[in-house]
Ligand binder design. Structure first.
Ligand code: FE
Length: 184
């Protein structure tokens, strides 16, 4: 692996992802790997597998602690992640990452039983993030080119919190990431 960008991403997921994922029974690395694995097993394109793996990288590039939402702080990790990834990937990767919090607010507004599927910390952060979308916000979200991919990513995100679930390691997913990198 010679690409420095790939090395940096691998290092973040390998060395900096031991922090607990919110209030859940998995750490950040397990959560990322479970999300990517769900995407792979559903036959998603490289970009969505990569976005699933990296959707919470914004939590790994700040120093606000593992669960700032508990203290009432929105770490804006979707924006931090988008900023971090923007020079490296196209919108097929960066937009679902940027929109995965909005997708939660979207699904809460459009699916009757979705709110009940949220974990405790997702409910906690939902209010910090603005609550369910209004009808106008739903319409604007639907019009975005990556809306469907963001919703799909959100569903993987919600499921990727299973204690002690074995997944392939970080290295296994790096070829998907490498194929999505834009030329330097
Ligand atoms: Fe997540």
């Amino acid at each position: 692996m010679t690409d420095q960008r790939l090395r940096h991403i691998a290092d973040l997921l390998t060395l900096k992802a031991d922090g607990q994922y919110g209030l859940n029974a998995v750490n950040q690395r397990q959560h990322a790997l479970q999300a990517a694995w769900l995407a792979e097993r559903q036959g998603c394109p490289d970009a969505l597998i990569t976005a699933s793996l990296l959707h919470d990288i914004g939590h790994l590039v700040h120093d606000l602690g593992d669960n700032p939402a508990e203290a009432g702080v929105d770490d804006l990790h979707e924006e931090r992640g988008h900023t971090f990834l923007s020079g490296m990937f196209g919108p097929e990767v960066t937009e679902p990452v940027r929109l995965h919090v909005a997708a939660k607010r979207y699904l809460c507004a459009t699916e009757a039983n979705y709110f009940g599927k949220l974990s405790t910390d997702s409910v906690l952060s939902l209010s910090l993030q603005g609550g369910p979308m209004s009808a106008e916000e739903v319409a604007a979200f639907d019009a975005l080119p990556q809306a469907a991919a963001a919703v799909q990513l959100r569903r993987f995100d919600e499921q990727a919190k299973v204690r002690a679930l074995e997944t392939p390691p970080v290295e296994y997913f790096l070829p998907y990431v490498a194929r999505c990198l834009v030329p330097e």
